[in-house]
Write a protein that binds this ligand. Structure first.
Ligand code: 13P
Length: 253
């Protein structure tokens, strides 16, 4: 198994320009020139350029939290994946649970975004995950399978540009974390579903990150699971005191 671990910070709608810039410098310094892991930060759109400048020279990758599903046109207030690429973003989160549940994004809409973001030469991190009610009703795999169908739009030339983030909705921002066993089961099953669409070789190489109240105290054990290839961290990515130890957990486990 040759998947490089990935630790990503989703800063959501947080921080000022000054704080985002200084956090970027701290993450860059902490990550250093490490090649044993990949480190990504997802600032809000308006901070992308400042963060990019503060990451310069480091190996930290810049990503955006969302994009629109069209190249350009009359879509007031929206951002094209081509603009993100032009701004220096290398990758984009698509289908984050807040986009699905707060903003009502549908699977069809998400698939459109995946398609155009790849065409714009961005890497895509597709987020999937069940709600508390869906898990209680034993529908977790059914939901993941439905959400993973978005991979059907991925053309052959882009298959290595895709990663998944499994984020159980009930664990996001709640302090509740999936147990390592629950995360492993969901990741293994997601990889199997992805392999039905993209082929076994691609699925085997594809990073699958866990997200949902990851913190220094639980990161190492989650990351030790064979199909958990990294973490997509929300709250704990907003300070280097928390994010630093999570970055280090990949090598320390
Ligand atoms: P928390 O780590 O705050 O639970 O957020 C997870 C998340 O949504 C990352 O995208």
């Amino acid at each position: 198994m040759t998947r490089t671990p990935v630790i990503a910070g989703n800063w959501k709608m947080n921080l000022t320009k000054r704080k985002a810039s200084s956090l970027a410098r701290e993450v860059a310094a902490h990550h250093g020139a490490s090649t044993s892991r990949r480190c990504i930060v997802f600032p809000t759109y308006v901070h992308l350029d400042h963060v990019r400048r503060n990451l310069r020279g480091s190996g930290v990758v810049l990503g955006a939290q969302n994009c629109w599903g069209k190249k350009e046109g009359a879509f007031t207030g929206e951002i094209s994946p081509y603009m993100l690429r032009d701004m220096g973003a290398q990758l984009v989160l698509i289908g984050h649970s807040e986009r699905r549940h707060v903003f009502g994004e549908t699977d069809a809409w998400i698939a459109e975004k995946v398609k155009i973001a790849l065409k714009a030469k961005l890497e895509v991190m597709l987020c999937i995950g069940e709600t508390y009610e869906e898990r209680q009703a034993s529908k977790t795999y059914e939901v993941l399978e439905r959400q993973i169908q978005a991979l059907k739009v991925v053309q052959n030339q882009y298959v290595t540009k895709i990663s998944l983030a499994y984020e159980p909705v009930w664990a996001i921002g709640t302090g509740e974390t999936a147990t390592p066993g629950m995360a492993q089961d969901a990741h293994q099953e997601s990889r199997r579903m992805a392999s039905d669409i993209l082929g076994a070789d691609v699925a085997e190489q594809m990073p699958i990150l866990y997200g949902g109240s990851m913190k220094p105290s639980n990161a190492a054990e989650l990351l030790r699971q064979p199909d958990v290839d990294g973490g997509l961290v929300g709250g704990a990515s907003l300070s280097i005191d928390q994010f630093g130890p999570i970055l280090d957990a990949v090598s320390g486990s």
